[in-house]
Design a protein around this ligand. Structure first.
Ligand SMILES: Cc1ncc(COP(=O)(O)O)c(C=O)c1O
Length: 370
């Protein structure tokens, strides 16, 4: 059989046997809706959702009431725009974004700006393409990409937010942890952020589930309405909402995926981060004159461009060798522009990868462009 090497963890993780088993078992033997039934099965589902919420809360250093289940990071970021806008209805917000941002973190604010609801300004990057602590702009909301999906460098989120609060103690800080979560320990108390989001599928859980952390859920208005978030609909149309976090969880939750997320987090804690594998590829590729590595040494993600070859051609040729990596602008067009390239090739390893895998990748790159 042809060897298959998947080095595209930053796009989405392959699923472990333990995840497949736990989700299969839930679907086969335990499935019911949550928060609605009073039978034994429904109680068990409630318990499983509550346990997963507790694991998510412990994982990022917070309490269950601050954990809102979403459908993923993009879902959370679109929701955060509406939550903030519904809460500060009459304020023309200034929103600081940066060139490290993934499209999903910034485009929702740009759409609001187009509709006349806010103004975006740029957080400058320093010479190493990190968020510049010394030149924090004046803004009401800050979008902070904790790790770029191209450069793979963890930002000092706590220090950056400290600089933000020195200028504006009331600023709302929104952290994109979609890549950071797989590689670095998240401590929302240390970060002191108001919102943070990540997707389950980038740490081994299924697609369709994510976490949105809200520091002060009681201070923010809802963005979604429906079953599960309301305790009582009054005759005059007013609503008595459920407590946090349920008031932000209208509609049926992605239950199977939530059950799996707990398992994925437990599995992630056992992963060493694959630094040896990434470093090996870095060392080998840096010997090749035809390759320009964009990410710094020791970054968790390795991105590069190849001289005289379009990244799409490179990706197709690697694909023909059954090597699955990512090419293109990675939904991060701003950082590519800043780096002076249209797109790049990205290699990102996960717990399933071995030294043999990365040797195979390096051999094939060498035989193509070495
Ligand atoms: C840094 C970053 N933010 C946000 C996202 C969006 O995540 P999702 O597609 O799971 O919503 C991604 C996905 O690649 C990402 O890398």
């Amino acid at each position: 059989m042809k060897k298959f090497v998947y080095v595209d963890a930053s796009a989405s993780w392959l699923k472990s046997q333990s995840l497949i088993e736990i989700e299969s078992e839930f679907l086969a033997n335990s499935y019911a809706n949550a928060g609605r039934g009073i039978c034994e099965r429904a109680d068990k589902v409630d318990r499983l959702v509550a346990e997963s919420r507790r694991v998510c809360a412990d994982f990022i250093g917070t309490n269950e009431k601050n954990i809102v289940f979403t459908f993923g990071t993009t879902d959370a970021f679109n929701r955060i725009v509406n939550i903030v806008k519904n809460t500060f209805r009459d304020k023309n917000l200034v929103v600081a974004v940066s060139d490290l941002d993934h499209h999903s973190a910034r485009l929702p604010w740009m759409a609001l700006e187009k509709a006349g609801g806010c103004k975006t300004v740029l957080i400058p990057l320093d010479k190493n393409f990190n968020l510049d602590f010394d030149n924090v702009p004046v803004a009401d909301v800050f979008v902070i990409t904790a790790m770029s999906n191209v450069l793979g460098v963890p930002q000092d989120v706590a220090r950056f937010i400290k600089s933000v609060r020195l200028k504006n103690p009331n600023a709302i800080t929104v952290v994109d942890a979609a890549q950071y979560v797989a590689h670095e320990k998240i401590d929302v108390k240390k970060f002191d952020c108001d919102f943070l989001a990540f997707s389950g599928h980038k740490i081994g859980a299924d697609t369709g589930v994510g976490v949105m952390y809200i520091k002060n859920p009681d201070l923010f208005m809802c963005d979604k309405f429906g079953g599960g978030m309301v305790n009582h609909v009054l005759d005059d149309g007013n609503l008595i909402l459920n407590k946090e976090p349920e008031k932000f969880e209208a509609g049926t939750l992605p239950l199977t995926q939530i059950v799996g997320l707990r398992q994925a987090i437990d599995d992630l804690k056992k992963w060493d981060g694959g630094h040896d594998l990434t470093n090996y590829i870095y060392e080998e590729l840096s010997k090749l004159g035809s390759i320009k590595i964009l990410s710094p040494k020791d970054a968790s993600i390795l991105s590069f461009v190849v001289q005289d070859m379009h990244v799409l051609d490179f990706g197709a040729l690697m694909g023909a060798k059954n090597i699955c990596l990512r090419v293109g602008n990675m939904c991060a067009s701003w950082i590519h522009k800043k780096l002076g390239v249209d797109g790049s090739v990205r290699i990102s390893v996960g717990p399933w990868n071995t030294m043999e895998d990365v040797r195979y990748v390096v051999e094939n790159i060498k035989s193509l462009v070495g």
